[in-house]
Structure formats: C-alpha cells, structure tokens
Design a binder for this molecule. Structure first.
Ligand SMILES: [Mn+2]
Length: 405
C-alpha cells in the first residue's frame, strides 16, 4: 500500500509540471553526533525513505515522466561501525522508484538533465543572507553558473498544494502522534505537584514517546508554570512549579514525521482559583466557538478575525482592557495553522479550508502581571461537512481537570 501511495504522490507532482521542467529534492544530511537523524519532510513525502544524503529527481521530458533516486554507496570497511547502507534494490522496492543510482553519478546525470531543462524546482527552506549556504543553495549556485539558461524556483509552492490535503494514511499517523501525546498529558495531569520542576513533566512526555516507538517530538515542548506561560515560546522548562500555578503544556509527539500539536492548561494543585477559572472559561468558550466554524471554504483569515473579536470581548469582561482594540496586549498570536509533517505545516496563512486539511485551533490569554497564561489547542481535521476533533479525548473541561487527581 505504502509504495503505491508514494507513486501516486509523484504522479500528482508530475501533473503540476510542464514539459522540460524538473524537481530536485535532497534528503536530510546525517546530523552531528549525538543528534538523531530526522528526514527531510518533502523527501520523505515522495520517497518514503529514511536514508540520509540521498537526492530525488523528477523530470518531465516532453510528456514522459522520469523519477530518479541517488543514494549513498555502501563502503564495506565502514559496515562494522555504521551498519549496512540501503542497497539500490532495497531503495527501489521501498520507494517504487525504478531508476536508482549511487550519488557519485549525480553530477553527470543532473547536468545532462539541466542542459535540457527550462525550470528546475528545488525544495529549499527559508534562510537569511548571514548564514552559510546549505546544500540546496550550493546546488542552485553551482547549477546557475553552469546553466544560466535554467530558471530556478522553490518547489515548496508546488508541493504545498499536495501536502496540505492529508490522505487516510497520513491522518492515521497524526492520530497515533495525538494518541501518544494524550497519554503523556494525562499522566502529567496526574503526576504534577507543586514544587516539581517543569522538566520533570517533560520527562513524562519523552517517556511516552519512546515507550510507544515514536522517535521524535514535532517541536521543542513548552512546559510553563505560572508567569512562564505568558512567554509564548518558553522552552527552558526548568522552573519550579508554584503552589497555585496554572501549568501550560504545548507539546506534540511525531509519528513518521507527522506531528501532534496540543496545548492544555491545568491547575497543578487540582483546583482553579476563581480568577484562573474565569480566564480559563473564556478561552475554552472561544476555542469551542471557533472550532464550530471549521468547515470547507472557510478561510483562516475568518477564523482569526472572529477570534480577535471574541478575545477582545472576553478581555473587557475580565476587566483587563476597556477598549476592544487593545486586545493584542493579552493575545499576540493567530488562532490556527496547518498541521502535518511540519508543525507549522505548508499551507498559506490566508488559505481557505478544504476537506482533508488538518489545522490547529488555539486561542489564548496571557496576563503577565497576574502570572496567568492560558492556551487551549486541539488538532482538527476538516471533513466534507465540517470537522473532526482528532484530540477530543484529551480532557479540557474545568470539571474534568479538577477531578483528575
Ligand atoms: Mn500550534
């Protein structure tokens, strides 16, 4: 089933190409010890292969589609250290790509291809001019020098339209990532006690991820007690949790690179103070109202606009602002993003929802002067008629959070 999926994805990519256009996608490189290997998402999407350094090339020559794969050549003397490299036959079988070569043939073959190409789409990530060039940029720099007639463009725009619609297999990967994340959150709810360090809760998350055979987290986890929760990207996770603190978790396991992205906020002592409860209830009601809006043809822009209005009204009720337009003082981010292999997945900020999209809905209110930060985030699949909350099993109702201990 898997290999057919990858074939279909390559077919869809080819459908987006004109004659004499090609796409070049590099696998991730092996990171410096001791970091784990994490495959490039676009390479994985079209090949299914978890091998470093490889290159995938898809080209349309006249009307013929040609897929090629370049992989590392095994060095027998290194096998005792690193194990066996994937063979050409294995790579061909797993990916369904018939033309597999070793990387030492890449420059000859790609040069022949480029000499016949009008546009070459390369999958590369955003960077800034002060950074050294990565291998994608090096490839484009050299190729431009030798083949100035070729136009180079970012493949991400092509790939985005495919990746933004999730198939059943992809949704299952996300469900698994969400399930494991949910197990970790439940145990965190139960084990958390005042006086613990935030990283002790992070350890529970990591335990569940590894125990369930998942290799990675989708992003650095945020485990923020009290005032720390008002720093949006707090990742130190090394403070002591105070007696009456709310703890904000923004965490997500990844399964075959598909990430969960869940936020929950709970009272470490098992009871909300009145003020915490008032803030929490506002965020929860807003989150539910926004989730209700999710269906095909609704834009992320609309979700944001409605959230901003609702938050402004809530902040007035909470006596934090008196003029609605001051809402940004306590709510600084947007309410939704696409979710997939990238936590902030491909898919434009102004995109309009379609069945098969997965998005987050994550309003929040952050009050540094009161040491209260609340965010509630679920992962939502857009269906033909509306939505399905993939993370619905992870408790967020006030009564549930107060009855966990
Ligand atoms: Mn998120």
């Amino acid at each position: 089933m898997i290999e057919k999926t990858f074939f279909q994805r390559r077919q869809k990519l080819a459908d987006l190409l004109n004659a004499n256009e090609m796409v070049v996608i590099f696998a991730a490189s092996m990171p410096n010890y001791p970091r784990k290997f994490l495959q490039d998402n676009n390479f994985l999407y079209f090949t299914g292969l978890e091998i470093p350094e490889a290159v995938f090339v898809l080209k349309k020559v006249k009307n013929k589609i040609i897929s090629e794969l370049f992989i590392e050549r095994g060095i027998p003397e290194r096998e005792v250290w690193d194990g066996k490299k994937m063979t050409k036959e294995e790579a061909a079988e797993l990916s369904g790509i018939e033309k597999v070569f070793f990387l030492d043939e890449f420059s000859d073959k790609i040069s022949a291809g480029l000499s016949e190409t009008e546009t070459c789409f390369v999958s590369f990530n955003y960077s800034t001019i002060d950074k050294p060039l990565d291998k994608q940029q090096e490839f484009m720099r050299k190729s431009r020098n030798v083949f100035p007639q070729v136009r180079f463009a970012n493949a991400v725009k092509l790939i985005r339209n495919l990746r933004v619609i999730k198939d059943e297999w992809e949704i299952n990967q996300m469900k698994k990532a969400i399930e494991v994340t949910g197990m970790a959150i439940l145990e965190i709810y139960q084990k958390a006690k005042p006086g613990m360090k935030e990283y002790e809760l992070e350890a529970i998350l990591q335990y569940h991820i590894l125990k369930n055979g998942l290799k990675h987290q989708g992003f650095l986890p945020i485990i923020a007690a009290g005032k720390n929760a008002t720093t949006l990207h707090y990742i130190r996770n090394d403070s002591e949790i105070g007696k009456n603190d709310l703890v904000l978790l923004d965490v997500g396991a990844a399964c075959n690179n598909y990430s969960a992205d869940i936020s929950r906020t709970f009272p470490v002592a098992g009871k909300f103070t009145d003020r915490q409860k008032a803030v929490y209830r506002e965020v929860l009601n807003i989150q539910k109202e926004i989730i209700e809006m999710v269906k095909p043809r609704v834009g992320l822009v609309e979700l944001n606009k409605k959230t901003n209005e609702l938050i402004a009204e809530a902040l007035i009720r909470l006596k934090l602002i008196s003029d609605k337009k001051d809402f940004r003082k306590y709510y600084m981010h947007s309410v939704s993003h696409h979710l997939g292999m990238d936590t902030h997945d491909v898919g434009a900020r102004d995109s309009v929802l379609e069945a098969g999209n997965v998005i987050t809905v994550e309003p929040g209110i952050y009050i540094p002067e009161e040491g209260i930060g609340v965010r509630i985030e679920d992962d939502i699949l857009v269906t033909e008629n509306g939505y399905e909350i993939l993370s619905a099993d992870i408790p967020k109702e006030i009564e549930d959070l107060e009855n966990l201990k």
